[in-house]
Write a protein that binds this ligand. Structure first.
Ligand SMILES: [Ca+2]
Ligand SMILES: [Ca+2]
Ligand SMILES: [Ca+2]
Length: 806
């Protein structure tokens, strides 16, 4: 009610008085010169982009008007025209939240004109700021003469105590409670053009960069330490594991002073985060898919929680189907041409909602998890939330029947038939199915009790406690009676990670190169940032899943150690710099142009927020016996004096190479570090140094270059006279640890030796048939194998001039 009852309070009167003084002092002409750093905070103030960034003030329930573009402009081709005004405050508005700052002074200019024949000869107009709630402040005033463009031109200072998290600028006529009694005086149409608010540049948005080491060197959980990710769902494709996650980082907003973010707000989340790895330790950040919201792949959805993905050949084309929860009320699917997109929506409405047969009694039609059987038949599992009140309390608690299984049709983007009940004990959410040795496994997260589940009840013996992952084993992917319940496969994560890590969970299972893996989340990164008082920001984890001979699952133990690295990292190729085993103090951001490693259609990110002392690292990089000669980075310098140091095995290990990032600031370029003594298998740390307090550079990708393979050989050449002729002698000693072939070539002949033993010499004295020869060169060609590779090393050696009897 307070908001609707706007009145000219003392504050408003005082503000008006200030404006009057400024105007009386002849403000426009005498204004202090605008500082070079000042910025116009208004976007499209001249309406040359039509009505972009403008809308009608809607601060009070009664506010309303029509806003249109008009060619009757003060300048340029367009101005704004406001008609059908219902209140004095009904006028063009632009949101300056996040741009204006308390305590700052701004200069406001604008042009305004009214023309209605029955209106007054002159009329006062205000530029006003709405700071949210009932707080309105008139900023600048002008009295216009009918039919003429009048100019707003004044300054205003936002009080140091004013909260500016909401700050919306609009134009209006002086307030009166019942303007409809004289609309010609109070609600006339007017035109607006050339609006500017000039002052200090907007503050930089607070950094989301995670400054702590969130994944400790040597540990493999959480999977990444530079951002969050929840509800991970693993997909294996073409030798890599892809993890799709709810983008918990989206609403993360640590206070710059305290470092503590407000608690997670799932309503903020409309993106899905994707990472991938070929070894389960070094993960590449593929950024976020803008799934939902006005600019999303599926703009008819608002949220993108709890993704589930599968692949299937449809009409001869392999496609990837990414299902997600549109909040609690419905689920949807988007289609990818690859695991990394590009993504499209084949639907124009949600896939699972209140119209889905068999889902009518499911409270939360969310958490969609796809499964494609060996025969190609696809299924979708979904649902959760409060149990139907039609059941007795004990049944609501123990067998809430809130999860469903349904067939998908061959398109993968529509269901067929009626959903069947999954009678998972104490079920809450997060249904997931995989198949092993002909048996189907359904896992899910259990509820925490309470009024939604029959009030104070006890679980039946063997049934899960709160927030655990239980599972069922069935011979039929559509049949899940309670008798198929097989136990708890993962207790609550707080049992392993301690205070601050409780709450619900969401799991998946995937098979990769002969082993099964279990994914789950825990707010372990949040805990490393804030201690035991976490704010609900979750991180992805993986453990190996082991089975008993009877097919039941050995209960999973959550650890920071995580899983073993599946294979060493191959450094001799271009790979994205947004690939880390571990990192400190860096962030990533998407850039245009596709990925050098994953293809032009795949997203590409760069590592940013690189400060002096930050680092990124790769686990178990195999340089081979012969080692690396150099590493090249594609970088964009942001300051002079930055350096990349390459270290082995820790962030404080020996520096084995350095690249100066001395390329032009702001431009992408390549820099190279020559390396010494880098062979075998090592963790590699890229440590970043340079001037303090500035971002040093950004990095797009890396490539190591293998050392040129060489066969060690010692060569000598001489000339001497024998029997009146000059002989040129060439000798090559095999310094390799295996036999080699050696060819000796001179201008006077050549000779080849097969299988010269280690330490032995190939020797030939070539008869020049001359009494005198000039100095010249001999070529020694050595062939053999190094580390299993065929190698040829060519050396040249000078022989002196020779003469007989001179
Ligand atoms: Ca204009
Ligand atoms: Ca940093
Ligand atoms: Ca990159």
């Amino acid at each position: 009610m307070e908001q609707r009852m706007r009145r000219p309070t003392r504050g408003r009167v005082a503000a008006l008085a200030t404006v009057g003084l400024l105007l009386a002092a002849g403000f426009g002409a005498g204004a202090a010169p605008v500082q070079a750093a000042d910025t116009n905070l208004v976007v499209n103030g001249g309406f040359e982009d039509g009505l972009a960034n403008w809308f009608v003030n809607n601060g009070n329930a009664g506010d309303g008007a029509q806003l249109s573009a008009t060619s009757d402009a003060y300048a340029g081709a367009n101005a704004a025209l406001v008609t059908s005004r219902t209140t004095t405050g009904s006028g063009p508005m632009q949101d300056l939240s996040g741009k204006v700052q308390a305590g700052q002074a701004y200069t406001l200019t604008a042009r305004i004109k009214y023309e209605n024949a029955s209106g007054p000869a002159t009329k006062q107009f205000f530029a006003t700021m709405h700071y949210g709630g009932g707080t309105y402040t008139n900023l600048v005033s002008v009295t216009a003469t009918k039919g003429q463009w009048a100019q707003f031109n004044g300054t205003f200072t936002i009080p140091a105590t004013q909260t500016v998290s909401t700050a919306r600028l609009f134009f209006e006529t002086p307030w009166t409670a019942t303007p409809s009694t004289d609309p010609d005086l109070h609600l006339m149409d007017f035109k607006l053009d050339d609006v500017s608010v000039v002052g200090a540049a907007p503050p930089a948005p607070a950094s989301k960069t995670i400054e702590v080491v969130g994944k400790l060197p040597g540990e493999h959980n959480p999977l990444i330490g530079h951002k969050f990710g929840a509800d991970g769902f693993g997909l294996v494709h073409d030798g890599r594991v892809y993890m799709y996650m709810t983008n918990d980082t989206q609403g993360y907003a640590p206070n710059p002073a305290t470092g503590v973010s407000p608690g997670i707000n799932y309503g903020d989340i409309n993106q899905i985060t994707v990472i991938s790895s070929a070894d389960l330790v070094n993960w590449t950040d593929h950024g976020e898919i803008q799934v939902a919201g006005p600019n999303g792949v599926a703009p008819f959805t608002a949220n993108s929680w709890a993704p589930g993905i599968t692949k299937k050949v449809v009409n001869g084309v392999e496609k990837f189907f990414l299902y997600y929860a549109n909040g609690g009320g419905s689920s949807n699917v988007i289609t990818g041409a690859s695991p990394l997109g590009p993504w499209t929506s084949e639907r124009t409405s949600t896939l699972i909602d209140g119209r889905t047969p068999g889902a009518e009694n499911v409270a939360w039609k969310f958490d969609p998890a796809p499964f494609v059987d060996d025969d190609g038949q696809p299924y979708l599992y979904f649902g959760g939330g409060p149990a139907s009140t039609s059941m007795p309390p004990a049944e609501r608690f123990n067998n809430p029947k809130n999860i469903r299984a349904i067939e998908l049709d061959d398109t993968m983007v529509a269901t067929q038939g009626t959903a069947a009940v999954v009678d998972a004990p104490v079920a809450f959410e997060a249904g997931h199915v995989f198949k092993r040795q002909g048996k189907y496994y359904f896992s899910y997260s259990s509820h925490f009790g309470g009024n939604d589940f029959g009030g104070s009840q006890q679980p039946l013996p063997g049934y899960p406690g709160g927030g655990q992952i239980g599972y069922l084993i069935s011979d039929n992917p559509m049949s899940w009676p309670k008798e198929t319940y097989a136990g708890v496969l993962f207790p609550n994560q707080s049992q392993f990670f301690g205070s601050g890590t409780g709450g619900n969970n969401h799991q998946s299972v995937f098979e990769f190169e002969g082993k099964y893996y279990f994914t789950y989340h825990a707010p372990t990164l949040n805990k490393r940032i804030n201690g035991n008082t976490t704010q609900g920001y979750r991180s992805p984890h993986i453990q190996e899943l082991a089975f008993n001979p009877d097919g039941t699952i050995q209960q999973v133990v959550g650890t920071y150690a995580g899983v073993n690295q599946v294979r060493d990292f191959d450094p001799y190729r271009v790979f994205e710099a947004e690939t880390f085993g571990w990192s400190k103090g860096v962030a990533t951001t998407k850039v245009d142009g596709g990925s050098a490693q994953f293809g032009g259609a795949a997203p590409n990110l760069v590592v940013r927020d690189i400060d002096n002392g930050d680092w990124t690292a790769l686990s178990s990089v195999n340089f081979g016996d012969n080692g690396a000669r150099s590493v090249t980075a594609k970088v964009r310098a942001l300051a002079a004096g930055g350096q990349i140091q390459v270290r082995l095995d820790s962030a404080t290990g020996p520096v084995v190479g350095t690249a100066a990032v001395d390329t032009p600031v702001g431009q992408w370029a390549e820099v190279t570090a020559e390396l010494a003594g880098v062979s075998g298998v090592h963790d590699v740390y890229f440590t970043y140094t340079g001037p303090a307090g500035v971002d040093l550079f950004e990095i797009d990708n890396w490539a190591f270059q293998a050392a040129t393979l060489e066969l060690p050989v010692t060569v000598t050449a001489s000339a001497r006279c024998v029997g009146g002729k000059v002989y040129v002698a060439v000798q090559a000693r095999n310094d390799h640890d295996a036999p080699v072939g050696i060819a000796l070539e001179t201008a006077y002949g050549e000779r080849s030796f097969a299988a010269v033993a280690p330490g032995a010499n190939a020797y030939q004295s070539f008869n020049t048939r001359a009494v005198s020869v000039p100095a010249g060169s001999a070529t020694v060609r050595v062939t053999g194998a190094v580390g299993g590779q065929d190698v040829t090393t060519v050396r040249t050696v000078q022989h002196p001039a020779g003469t007989c009897g001179g």
